[in-house]
Design a protein around this ligand. Structure first.
Ligand code: HH2
Length: 271
């Protein structure tokens, strides 16, 4: 039996992002070569990441999906080389999750919160892996066109509560599940920051909260560039520290060393 997610990922824990894609918004192509991806993952773990999140499909605004075969072609060679290291798989596809779990994935990170592939819940339930359920309004191709909520935080809290219940009904133990409001997935700049400001309304759901603000365009827009597609490392660290202070457990980041150091200082100051 795996330990609970709270034991495995004490607050704050850093999840390093390894995009094995040619088109991710933040690091397009940097880790598309499997050897580069493995080297990046190992460096992130050396720098203090608790886990590395390997993904083969970009979900940036405007992105088209990729096929199961293409996603497997991208991630499997990387996961094979990472055997024995702590990694998660960033996928919505049951077949990709199944292969990753066979290769030792500890966590399945599903940006569709089990709404994308009806077979995924069963695959996760049949393993003892952790699961991250993330909120997204719409789909990546169109999600930033005109995001609308009456109250962004209460709607996302209700969504995550409903998806948590669905996952548990599907046979996945609640102690293995964490929740993510999905920064940048169908949200305006103000809505993204409001989610961090009112994070206590998500932590009351009783599950660890994951925040992925790292390098997202809202950070660049906040700093005055209305056309920004990314944000700076410094702005990312600021948002991560604020999220941690408001109760986030896992911070999903591209720049591991900077976040690990900043969070260690924040933890010492706040504990
Ligand atoms: N953000 C991205 C992808 N997956 N998963 C979770 N749980 N939370 C997030 O905020 C999140 C995520 C987008 O970032 P990135 O992986 O860097 O980009 P891309 O989707 O373009 O590969």
């Amino acid at each position: 039996m795996r330990q609970s997610i709270e034991q495995r990922f004490p607050r704050p824990s850093v999840m390093g992002v390894v995009n094995v894609t040619p088109d991710s918004f933040s690091d397009a192509g940097l880790n598309f070569d499997p050897d580069d991806a493995v080297a990046s993952a190992r460096r992130m773990l050396d720098e203090g990441a608790a886990i590395v999140d390997v993904g083969g499909e970009s979900t940036r605004p405007g992105a088209e999906g990729v096929s199961v075969d293409e996603e497997l072609r991208r991630v499997v060679p990387v996961l094979e080389q990472l055997a024995g290291a702590p990694f998660s798989i960033d996928t919505s596809k049951a077949e990709v999750a199944r292969r990753a779990l066979d290769l030792g994935a500890e966590l399945v990170n599903d940006v569709t919160a089990l709404r994308g592939d009806p077979a995924l819940a069963e695959v996760v339930a049949a393993s003892d892996a952790y699961l991250c359920l993330m909120h997204m309004q719409g789909e990546p191709r169109t999600m930033q066109a005109d995001p609308r909520y009456d109250d962004v935080v209460s709607e996302i809290a209700a969504f995550l509560e409903e998806r948590l219940a669905a996952a548990v009904a599907g046979g996945i133990a609640e102690e293995r599940i964490c929740l993510d409001p999905g920064i940048g997935f169908g949200k305006t700049v103000e809505q993204n920051f409001e989610l961090v400001r009112r994070l206590d309304e998500l932590t009351v759901l009783g599950r660890p909260v994951v925040i992925g603000f790292s390098r997202k365009s809202s950070l660049g827009k906040l700093l005055g560039d209305p056309h920004a597609t990314t944000g700076s490392v410094a702005a990312s660290v600021g948002a991560a520290v604020a999220a941690y202070e408001r109760g986030a457990t896992i911070l999903r980041v591209h720049d591991v060393r900077e976040h690990v150091e900043a969070l260690a200082a924040a933890q010492a100051a706040l504990a």
